[in-house]
Design a protein around this ligand. Structure first.
Ligand code: COA
Length: 262
């Protein structure tokens, strides 16, 4: 596991990787280097069977991530812009497709690429001071890390377009109301709340989580019939696992299950 470098801190504790974007003086803005570090960190987490889930947050008191780094965006050519967008999309896809639950602990501003990053996580918990939005249009640009796709899927087309076209932020209460975040908690309870929720998830069978994430993620891109077929196939696959035997046996023996992810 990468332990830490300049722009990202990764600390693993009892099966959870705590990943912190660490440029607080720039409100954790995602420069190219930070995006590359996120890519490497999540690749390492994917390959580490002992890591069962991730909490992603931002360093400092003010921001989760205040967007892509505008200093880099300001001078990009069309070719750079397309490449940067494709790279960011790939990294966020890697997070969404990690096969392990990822919770965004949104501890302040989550704007532009920061909002897109939070949306690539499976669940979002916000602190009361959080503000989320896609202000790209105010800069004469637009979302480039799949915000035009994930936001309408999360909050519906009308609300997404209101946010995408005005560029205005929503506060934590409004984000909760429209389904952009799952929970809102006081700042000092944010990480504990995220950890508590993640520990409930990772107490379950790792393959159950992985296949459920896959069924939901892929299924939403399919027709209903095809998605049901995919679910049935994954259900069949889960029936071949040691964890399925252990989980059902443990229930019948009235004891906690000991899942191996096999
Ligand atoms: N890219 C690069 N630098 C950024 C940044 C970004 N997305 N967001 C903030 N910063 C930097 C600021 O330039 C400032 O740097 P400086 O101290 O060297 O001048 C530092 O972070 C602190 O930000 P500041 O604007 O002074 O904080 P604030 O509390 O007054 O305002 C925000 C906070 C979030 C409202 C404001 O920083 C902002 O609008 N940021 C840009 C958000 C955005 O448009 N994101 C989408 C980018 S595609």
């Amino acid at each position: 596991m990468p332990m830490s470098d300049q722009n990202l801190l990764v600390e693993t504790r009892d099966g959870i990787a705590f990943v912190t974007v660490n440029r607080p003086d720039k409100l954790n803005a995602l420069n190219d280097r930070t995006v590359a570090e996120l890519d490497a960190a999540f690749a390492a987490i994917a390959a580490a069977p002992e890591t069962r889930g991730v909490i992603l947050t931002g360093a400092g008191e003010k921001a989760f991530v205040a967007g892509a780094d505008i200093v880099e965006l300001a001078t990009q050519s069309p070719v750079d812009g397309k490449e940067r967008s494709l790279r960011g999309q790939r990294v966020l896809d890697r997070i969404e497709r990690l096969g392990k639950p990822v919770i965004a602990a949104v501890n302040g501003f989550a704007l532009g690429g920061g909002c897109e990053l939070a949306m690539a996580c499976h669940v979002r918990i916000a602190s009361e001071n959080a503000k989320l939005g896609t202000p790209e249009v105010k800069l004469g640009i637009m979302c480039g890390y799949a915000g035009t796709q994930r936001l309408p899927r999360l909050v519906g087309k009308g609300r997404a377009l209101e946010m995408l076209l005005t560029g205005e932020m929503v506060d934590a209460t409004e984000a909760l109301r429209i389904g952009l975040v799952n929970r809102v908690v006081p700042r000092e309870k944010l990480l504990a709340e995220a950890e508590g929720l993640l520990r409930k998830m990772i107490a379950n069978g790792p393959l159950s989580l992985r296949f459920t994430l896959e069924a939901v993620h892929d299924g939403l891109e399919m027709g209903f019939g095809e998605a049901q077929h995919q679910e049935a196939t994954l259900f069949g696959l889960i029936c071949t696992t040691e964890d399925m035997k252990e989980g059902t046996k443990a229930f019948l023996e009235k004891r906690p299950a000991r899942f191996q992810g096999k």
